[in-house]
Design a protein around this ligand. Sequence first.
Ligand code: PNS
Length: 159
Amino acid sequence: MKAIFPGSFDPITLGHLDLIRRAAAICDELFVAVLINPDKESVFPLQERLDMVKSACGGFPGVQVLTFTGLLVDLARELGAGLIVRGVRGGNDLENETAMAWANTAMLPGLETIFLPASNGLGGVSSSLVRQIARFGGDLSAFVPAGAAEMVRARFHDT
Ligand code: PNS
């Protein structure tokens, strides 16, 4: 089945990368979609987020990376994807993700969402944590894929 792993990836983290790897292992074709989250103003421009995701997982077998500026359900329609995969790190995520899954299925009946739990040790990793560490020049190696770390550092050093 074709599946989408959507996110704002502002920036991509090792938690995302772990989920993408695990999602790819259970889907025939996985589209990693870099999207706009209208609830959050992003720090990294869309193109930069796309480049970071591509550099981290562009070469994974069965994985394609793309960007889209509309609704996730419209992307699912366009790609013929029937499944959304999202990661959950705990109770808050589960509540928010469930509401998003309900909304997506209401707009596109038949579209399913599955949740993958964050792997042990990665549940505390988030893009906002990475932004804080980068802002103050901390070591990003435990949080961000190696290929993306330089881009993350550059954005904060340039501002
Ligand atoms: O990584 P995030 O910020 O938690 O991802 C949220 C994202 C980008 C998946 C969500 O905001 C989204 O799907 N945006 C596209 C617009 C859309 O379809 N919104 C309605 C979702 S119910």
